[in-house]
Write a protein that binds this ligand. Sequence first.
Ligand code: ADP
Length: 233
Amino acid sequence: MSDKNTLIRLHKVSVRYQTGTEALKEVSLEIGKEEFVFLVGSSGSGKSTFIKTLLREVRATSGELYVAGKSLNQLKRKEIPFYRRRLGVVFQEFRLLDDRNIFENVALAQRVTGVTRKEKIRKNVCGMLKTVGLAGKEKAYPKELSGGEQQRVAIARAMVNRPEILLADEPTGNLDPENSWEIMRLLEEMNRLGTTVIVVTHNHEIVDQMKKRVITVQKGHIVSDMKQGGYEA
Ligand code: ADP
């Protein structure tokens, strides 16, 4: 790590799929602890590949990638599940379990990490549901909630284990403008509470108004990286 505040560091990271497509081409960047970053760029530019590489779902073909002091290239297979617990993920399509209630959807994320004490799980899950504005909805099922509320559940699930990094892949892609703003405000709040947040989005209005760091990718390259940027892709 070049700096103690650096949480994510990529040095000339390339990803080539088996098909021959080079989805990332010698990408170098650093993201500090407690940063809020938008990742923008047209479809097919490599944004999802970037997220998947951070999650170690995709392996860098070359280059070095460090997250929280760990080299992802050197991560052993059995270390991967433990590594992934340090990251929370939110997707465009929520990905909740429809046959489980809201409490269970969030509690499951905690149980898989080995937390077994019921009281502890209850306290953490209810606390996180309160943070995302869903106190009282514990017994509801996903389909009984609006899209915005379902995305809040997904954020609670991603955050319940207190990850250092929250990755959001088009989190407002299925939401109307009002709910989109509420979700972005919530992500901003998570960031304020100390989590590094990386958001992939196509929402120009939000990117332009929030004045955060904006990294633009095109054809696997970073073409701009602005401290208080706007959507230019
Ligand atoms: P974005 O998220 O910006 O839309 P992706 O990272 O999904 O971009 O894709 C970047 C490029 O890599 C595209 O050309 C896409 O077709 C290709 N790609 C993505 N996933 C795979 C895969 N599993 N196998 C082969 N090519 C892929």
